[in-house]
Ligand binder design. Structure first.
Ligand SMILES: Cc1ncc(COP(=O)(O)O)c(C=O)c1O
Length: 456
């Protein structure tokens, strides 16, 4: 028989996958490989540290039968701990910030954990901060273990013992550059230390979101003020114990836009369905690899699965809301569906035989200065407030006339799949465009809707 004793036996020994089309597109001569940590049983690199911190605690007598594990986590460490806790019969309480995706939070609950969510905006050291909250809950809970992944030596140690040797062996010692983002720093410090011991010429590259402190801290020793960014699980606002800056040769800053764009491209072009921090790593790997030649071999970490982010950056609607969507994906239909905080817009229109005064009242009520005139499913004209008022100044009696008597020409009609560029071209001549889906007018896009999309 061939089987594993339990699910924890599936952790580690993840394969390398070569990046083909995207490397060619970027004219990379070096070989680039993805280390597929998304194939762990909890779908992230953090499964490795979950079991290793628990085993260390058992050995040190810090975790006893019936005990509770309490940790501050961006989700994945929680999943790794919860998997091991499920198998070993411990309880879990995790403190997450509200930046963490709903998918990860629900996943933790499915694994039997209790989840506490605190605001991501809370400052380090304040009682509301997620780390401080986890510490407080740990103080108040009997028979509990607080792993503290940011400082626990078993975190980098498991990467030194497993991730590092896997990379060395699977590349036959040919790896020249290792790229990893830095959350707790366990992955980069442990793996990096092992690889440097094998060959000090191997370059260890950190990938850090703009807004996190690691790059400035590494380059200058100063800790700058952190600013918000959207990629989850990586970067910090203060240095952390497990992020050993001496092991890291260089840190490269990456924008949210690059991270999400490249993570989405890895899915579409290479079939590697990954999270945002993998995009951060891949962006840094491409920047490094551009300067390398055929003999070089770059490995970056695929930190976790894209399934954790289906309602976040893998959704076009979310990307559009955050002003991050690639322009070619912004269609008329998408703008219309998402312009009212995610809720589909209801089209407001008047009929040609409606009375002008009631049409104006309807425009006023809805706060619009232009409105389509629709008969059946067809646009037959438009009312534009300023033009109607000019006509009324000449003849006040028109207030009692039918809309068809005062209306102007119809707004241009575009298909739901019309591109952002088509929409912008039409809006140069008309204050609004209508959207048609299967011969039905389903929405309207105005100049201000488009300006909203171009805020950044
Ligand atoms: C999605 C994701 N990527 C990357 C990391 C970084 O790994 P490490 O904590 O080993 O630096 C984490 C850590 O929580 C994570 O959740």
């Amino acid at each position: 028989m061939k089987f594993y004793n339990d699910v924890l036996g599936l952790i580690g020994n993840t394969p390398l996958v070569k990046i083909n089309a995207l490397a060619a597109q970027h004219k990379i001569k070096a070989q680039i490989f993805a280390k597929m940590e998304n194939l762990n049983p909890g779908f992230s690199v953090k499964d490795r540290i979950g079991i290793s911190m628990i085993e260390a605690a058992e050995k040190d007598g810090l975790l006893k039968p019936g005990g509770t594990i309490i940790e501050a986590t961006s989700g994945n460490t929680g999943i790794g701990l919860a998997l091991a806790a499920a198998v070993k019969g411990y309880k879990c309480i995790f403190v997450l910030t509200d930046k963490v995706s709903m998918e990860k939070s629900r996943y933790l609950k499915s694994l039997g954990a209790d989840v506490v969510v605190v605001p991501a905006a809370s400052k380090h050291g304040t009682p509301e901060h997620y780390v401080e909250t986890a510490k407080r809950i740990a103080k108040e809970t009997p028979n509990c273990f607080y792993p503290d992944q940011y400082n626990h030596p078993a975190n980098p140690a498991v990467h030194y013992r497993t991730t590092g040797p896997e990379l060395w062996n699977d590349t036959d010692g040919r790896i020249t550059h290792f790229v990893s983002s830095i959350g707790t720093g366990g992955t980069i410090s442990g793996t990096g230390r092992y690889l440097k011991e094998k060959n000090p010429n191997i370059k260890i590259i950190g990938a850090d979101p703009y807004g996190s402190i690691f790059k400035t801290y590494k380059d200058s020793g100063q800790v700058p003020e952190a600013t918000p960014y959207l990629v989850e699980g990586i970067g910090q606002s203060l240095p952390v114990g497990n992020a050993d800056m001496k092991i890291i040769d260089e840190i490269i800053n990456i924008t949210d836009r690059e991270s999400f764009d490249l993570a989405r491209q890895l899915s579409r072009t290479e079939g590697i369905f990954c999270g945002g921090s993998t995009g951060t790593n891949f962006a840094a790997a491409l920047k490094v690899a551009k300067k390398l030649d055929e003999d070089d071999l770059v490995v970056f970490i695929v930190c976790d699965t894209g399934e954790h982010y289906l309602t976040k950056f893998h959704s076009d609607e979310w990307m559009k809301e955050k002003l991050l969507l690639e322009p070619q994906k912004i269609t008329a239909g998408l703008i219309n569906e998402t312009k009212h905080a995610g809720a589909p817009a209801k089209l407001i229109f008047v009929a040609p035989d409606e009375i002008v005064s009631s049409a104006l009242a309807q425009m006023n009520e809805n706060g619009v200065t232009q409105i389509p005139v629709i008969e059946g499913n067809t646009s037959v004209g438009s009312l534009r407030e300023s033009r109607v008022l000019t006509k009324l100044l000449g003849d006040r009696e028109l207030l009692n006339a039918k809309v068809s008597k005062v209306m102007d020409e119809s707004f241009p009609v575009l298909d739901v799949d019309a591109s952002f560029n088509d929409i912008k071209t039409k809006l140069q001549k008309s204050p609004a465009v209508l959207i048609e889906d299967f011969k039905r007018i389903t929405g309207i896009i105005t100049r201000s809707d488009v300006l909203d999309l171009q805020r950044n």
